[in-house]
Design a protein around this ligand. Sequence first.
Ligand SMILES: C[S@@+](CC[C@H](N)C(=O)[O-])C[C@H]1O[C@@H](n2cnc3c(N)ncnc32)[C@H](O)[C@@H]1O
Length: 278
Amino acid sequence: MSNIIYIGYEFTVTPLQPAVEILIAELGFAGFESFVETETGVTAYIQKEEWNAEILNDVQILNSDEFKIDYTFNEIEQTNWNEEWEKNFNPIVVDDVCSVRAPFHENPNTKYDIIIEPKMSFGTGHHETTHMMIQHILKNDFTNKSVLDMGCGTGVLAILTEMKGAKPIDAVDYDNWCYVNSLENVERNNCEHITVIEGDASVLEGKKYDVIIANINRNILLQDMATYVSCLNENGTLFLSGFYNDDIPVIQEACEKLLLKFVEKFERNQWVALKFLN
Ligand SMILES: C[S@@+](CC[C@H](N)C(=O)[O-])C[C@H]1O[C@@H](n2cnc3c(N)ncnc32)[C@H](O)[C@@H]1O
């Protein structure tokens, strides 16, 4: 069990939309990793070791004349954060066929019913990037494909690929909490073909996959892209997310330098998820 300390910011936003959406996008970019929408705005969390006093300097919407945004912040005990999450985690259904829910939610009877207890890990399906990666996975054939889920968070994407017939699957995350949480969720969903690995791109040496899924962030993707592509089989597929529409040119250029071909883009609230072929 990790003893990471978080800083929680409670933002009060008037009027709520579209300001809350923009605020969450900008905070995500600044390094905040979890968000809980409230009746009056949003609560956002960042690890204390990622935090600094200037963290909000680049969050432009705070200077907007169109919206009034106030905030307070304080250190959050891990246990309090979990209670907050449990109160606020609503089940989601993607394209009527895939649900992501907690064990205590009612079964929505979807074809792919993923049960997740995310605690501190990213990947409840609420985030645009997870949602779009789920859409890519739903749309593509995974039967007997070997898969790497890089930056697996809760393991939600790896679990869905197994439900769609993929095997074997490696789910990798450098964060110990995510590693432990993915192990728990893999077991909770009775998956048999997923190996959860704690580490970064350095654990990929010598490995090969038919499909690589990486929902991380622009800088890590650019840094590790060559390693991912070296692990991709001929005619393999790479799905990337964790960045904005404006980042596409730099991501696409990096992929094309490695001879990948751009195939398809999904977009939600300025976030994007791209598909490339080898
Ligand atoms: C945006 S979350 C995605 C989680 C999940 N795959 C999803 O789609 O909901 C990114 C994850 O990547 C992990 N991560 C960030 N940098 C990494 C790196 N260099 N190597 C491995 N994992 C990394 C983080 O710990 C986090 O769990």
